[in-house]
Write a protein of this length. Structure first.
Length: 412
C-alpha cells in the first residue's frame, strides 16, 4: 500500500508513526501526510536510548519504518492515521525491538506452514483523573462482576469504544463490568497473532484516549488496588495450517489434538521463565499469588496447571480447538506476549512435551493437595532468574534480546 495515496483517498492530514519499546511503552511521531512517502521508505528517526531499549546516547538514529498493512484511521479523529513500525538501524532490523521479535517468531512458524491465531481479553479500570480511586462512587458491590447498573453508568465510555471497534472491523461481540469495582473488559474477534498484537497496542491507546475525553483515567495496571481483583490479559490460542485448525480434535474428550497438548505442554514447561514477559512489573506479582480479594477470588493463577472449563488453573480449555492462557496481566508487552506464546508453544510441539493429565480441582482451595506442581515466581527477581536459566527461550528470542531485556529490567 502506498501511504501517500492512502492519505489522499482517506483525507488523512497526519500519520502517527509508532513503535513499542521493551517495556511496552508506545512511542510516536506525528508526521504530516505531505512527508509520509519519505517516512514509508526510510522511516521516522528516533533516539533509541530515549525509550526503554538497551542503547546508549552514542547510538545512531533508530528508524521506525511504518508497516502500511497496520494502518488504522482514528475513528475519533478521522484526519489522523496510526501506524505500527519495524525498527531499523544502519540498514538492519533492531533485534531487540519487540515487533521485530514477534515477526521473527511468526516467520519461524511459517517455516512449518503454520500460523498462530490469538484473541486477548484486556481488562482495565476507569479511575478518577488523578488515578487515586475508581471513577464511580456507586460501584461498591461486594461481587460487582457483570453488574448491570455499574456497566450502564459507564455506557458513554464503553459504547463509544465498542462503536469504534465495529467501525474498524474488529468484530466486537461483548462488553462487561469485570470482577473488581471500576473494572471493565471488551472483547473482539481473534486473528493472526501479529494483527492481534497491533490491535492490542492500539486498543490500549484508544481506551486511554476515550477515557480522557470523558474526564476519566484508564489503567491496565496489574494490581492498582490491594483489595480488588487485578487486570488480567488472558489469551485464547489456536494453531492453523491453511484453513485447518491444527488444535481441533472432536474425538478427544476436551476437543484438543495431540499437537495442541504438546503446544500447551511447551507453555507450561516455560511458564516460570515466560512470566517475566507476561508479568513484567513489580506490581504484577501483587496479582499473582495474591490473597482472596473483596469479591472472594483473585482469578489469577499461582500454580502451573491446566484444566477443562475451570478458571482456577493457569490454562483452561473452554471449547474444542483452543485453550485460554490466564497468566498474563495488563502490563504485558503485546508483542512479547505473542512471541512468548509462539516460542514456548513450538518448543513443546517440536519436542512433543507432555503436559500430563488435566486437573479438575478448585486450585484456589486444593493447591496443598498438589505439592509437586511447579509454582509461578513470587516476584520479578525470581522470574528474571528463571529467564536467565532457560536456554530454549534464549535461542528462540535471540541471546542479545534476552540479555538486553534482563539488563534493563535489573536497572529498573
Amino acid at each position: 500500500m502506498d501511504l501517500k495515496n492512502y492519505a489522499k483517498k482517506e483525507k488523512i492530514k497526519y500519520f502517527m508513526v509508532t513503535y513499542t519499546d521493551l517495556f511496552g511503552v508506545q512511542r510516536a511521531k506525528l508526521v504530516p501526510a505531505s512527508a509520509i512517502s519519505d517516512m514509508q521508505k526510510d522511516g521516522a528517526g528516533f533516539a533509541g536510548f530515549a525509550s526503554w531499549l538497551d542503547m546508549t546516547p552514542a547510538y545512531p538514529d533508530m528508524l521506525a519504518v511504518p508497516d502500511p498493512q497496520s494502518v488504522i484511521k482514528l475513528p475519533w479523529k478521522k484526519d489522523v492515521a496510526w501506524l505500527a513500525s519495524n525498527c531499523m538501524m544502519e540498514g538492519k532490523l533492531v533485534e531487540q525491538a519487540p515487533r521485530n521479535v514477534l515477526n521473527k517468531a511468526v516467520d519461524r512458524a511459517k517455516k512449518s506452514n503454520m500460523r498462530v491465531k490469538t484473541g486477548i481479553e484486556a481488562e482495565f479500570f476507569l479511575l478518577t483523573p488523578d488515578g487515586s480511586a475508581i471513577s464511580d462512587p456507586y460501584d461498591n458491590a461486594e461481587k460487582p462482576c457483570y453488574d448491570q447498573q455499574a456497566l450502564m453508568r459507564r455506557y458513554d465510555v464503553i459504547a463509544e469504544i465498542c462503536d469504534y471497534l465495529g467501525i474498524l472491523g474488529w468484530g466486537p461481540y461483548q462488553n462487561d463490568h469485570e470482577d473488581a469495582n471500576g473494572q471493565f473488559e471488551m472483547n473482539w474477534n481473534y486473528d493472526d497473532c501479529l494483527i492481534t498484537a497491533d490491535r492490542h497496542v492500539f486498543f490500549k491507546f484508544m481506551v486511554k484516549t476515550i477515557a480522557e475525553k470523558h474526564g476519566l483515567r484508564a489503567t491496565f495496571m496489574p494490581k492498582p488496588f490491594e483489595n480488588l481483583t487485578g487486570n488480567g490479559c488472558h489469551a485464547h490460542i489456536s494453531l492453523w495450517k491453511g484453513n485447518q485448525n491444527v488444535f481441533l480434535d472432536n474425538g478427544d474428550r476436551m476437543g484438543l489434538s495431540k499437537d495442541a497438548y504438546h503446544f500447551l505442554g511447551g507453555i507450561m514447561n516455560c511458564a516460570q521463565a515466560l512470566s517475566v514477559f507476561f508479568n513484567p512489573t513489580i506490581n504484577s506479582y501483587r496479582r499473582i499469588n495474591a490473597p482472596p480479594t473483596k469479591s472472594g477470588a483473585t482469578w489469577s493463577p499461582s500454580s502451573i496447571s491446566y484444566s477443562g472449563n475451570n478458571r482456577t488453573h493457569m490454562i483452561r480449555i473452554p471449547d474444542p480447538g483452543r485453550f485460554e492462557l490466564r497468566l498474563m496481566d495488563g502490563s504485558s508487552n503485546p508483542y512479547l506476549l505473542q512471541a512468548g506464546i509462539i516460542a514456548a508453544g513450538f518448543l513443546g510441539l517440536n519436542n512433543k512435551i507432555d503436559p500430563g493429565e488435566p486437573l479438575t480441582c478448585n486450585m484456589y482451595e486444593d493447591y496443598r493437595n498438589y505439592p509437586n506442581l511447579k509454582k509461578l515466581p513470587e516476584d520479578i527477581e525470581d522470574s528474571l532468574s528463571e529467564l536467565e536459566k532457560n536456554k530454549e527461550l534464549h535461542e528462540a528470542f535471540g541471546e542479545n534480546v534476552i540479555k538486553s531485556y534482563i539488563k534493563i529490567k535489573n536497572m529498573e
